[in-house]
Design a protein around this ligand. Structure first.
Ligand code: MN
Length: 321
């Protein structure tokens, strides 16, 4: 998915100044963002109150939407730099194409993991025909400086490891939870897990005290560390926890996102993550001139133009919330 905001504002993030070292319970409200004609998403990260969780730098939740009589998701070719994209579905399917030649349908609880490295472009669309419902999340993971110029690649993992306990089935998206390890390639200590809870579930999942965490609610009525989290909302949890109590009033689905606090300061603008103003300006120029980002073959439509850069210089800043 692309950031389709035509007035893209730069986001300065990363650095220890943003991280809460002890356990907290900060409920983050979503911002509604239009993606093209028919899709509206709820953006949880970046958020006014919170920019990153570990290396997780961008979280959109969408649906469930009835797209039986609509084109559904139609995101034309657009570029990425300095990040990985994670496509995660609960309902429906997304057809992914990219400039490395990938053509892959992603289905519920399969991992579509795209590592942009220095440059990639891709498109995402609801295939024709498609299922009635579309429900999922699109997430970005920032690449550390040591790997941000890596070769672009796309991975699809259709059979992810699971952890089960009474009332819980957890699917590992990235990283490790309770001994289960995702096959998805990671570049910083990170975890992403899909937690399916059955009504009446009352349990705790183990956490790493050095990680910071947040939980996104996908569906149902769940309490996270005692806080009710409605679908499309996210609870930031800080660091310093060894376990997380979960309780479900109905069948419910949560996404657990965590990782080692991301030390490097970043500039995030449109679909790019860089370290300097020049990184971003050059990436925009290269996309607009048709160089570096390759070509997406087979998408029926025009590629996306980059929005104008803001007039003020983009500079990483220190402690800002
Ligand atoms: Mn994208």
């Amino acid at each position: 998915m692309s950031n389709l905001d035509r007035e893209a504002e730069p986001t300065i993030c990363g650095g220890r100044g943003f991280v809460v070292a002890e356990p907290v319970r900060e409920l983050l409200s979503p911002r509604r963002v239009k993606l093209g004609e028919s899709t509206e998403v709820r953006r949880l990260l970046p958020n006014l109150g919170r920019r990153m969780v570990g290396a997780w730098a961008f979280v959109d939740h969408y649906g469930p939407d009835d797209i039986a009589d609509e084109p559904g998701m139609q995101v034309p070719p657009h570029p990425h730099m300095g990040l990985q994209t994670v496509s995660w579905l609960h309902e429906g399917e997304v057809l992914h194409r990219d400039s490395t030649g990938s053509l892959q349908t992603i289905r519920p609880r399969e991992l579509g993991l795209m590592t942009s490295g220095r440059a990639i472009s891709h498109s995402e669309e609801s295939p024709r025909p498609h299922a009635r419902l579309l429900h999922g999340a699109q997430l970005w993971v920032a690449l550390p400086d040591s790997h941000r110029h890596t070769e672009p690649r796309f991975e699809h993992h259709g059979d992810l490891p699971r952890v089960t306990a009474p009332g819980l089935s957890a699917t590992l998206i990235l990283g490790e939870l309770d001994g289960a390890v995702s096959p998805g390639t990671t570049y910083t200590p990170i975890v992403g897990a899909d937690l399916s809870l059955t009504r009446g579930a009352d349990l705790s999942v183990p956490l790493e005290p050095d990680f910071e965490y947040a939980v996104l609610s996908m569906s149902g009525e769940a309490h996270v560390d005692g806080v009710p989290v409605l679908p499309g909302s996210m609870l930031y949890l800080g660091c310093g926890r060894t376990e997380l109590p979960l309780r479900a009033e109905s069948d419910a689905s949560l996404m657990l996102l965590g990782g080692e606090p991301f030390d490097e300061e970043l500039i995030m603008w449109w679909n790019f993550i860089g370290r300097t103003q020049d990184d971003i300006t050059q990436a925009r120029e290269d996309w607009m001139s048709g160089s570096r980002f390759g070509e997406v073959k087979g998408y029926d439509g025009e590629r996306l133009d980059a929005p104008a850069l803001p007039p003020v210089p983009l500079k990483p800043r220190g402690r800002v919330r």
